[in-house]
Design a binder for this molecule. Structure first.
Ligand SMILES: [Zn+2]
Length: 69
């Protein structure tokens, strides 16, 4: 039983790692295309302060708030 639980937890954390890798990859692709720093939803410039705290963020603070609600 414990082994099964360990396996499920290991799988879940592996999936989380995979997802954040995909986000970083998407951000890096944005840099390559010189689209880095622009909101994918509204096209506004993403605040520098926001990029400093989360460089992989694809949305400006306004859109991120809308999406998270
Ligand atoms: Zn936006």
């Amino acid at each position: 039983m414990d082994a099964l639980q360990d396996h499920a937890m290991a799988k879940a954390s592996q999936q989380r790692r995979h997802m954040s890798l995909q986000r970083i990859e998407a951000a890096l692709q944005g840099i390559a295309k010189e689209e880095f720093g622009w909101c994918l939803r509204c096209g506004e410039e993403i605040a520098r302060r926001r990029l400093d705290s989360d460089p992989t963020s694809p949305l400006c603070i306004d859109c991120a708030n809308l999406v998270e609600q």
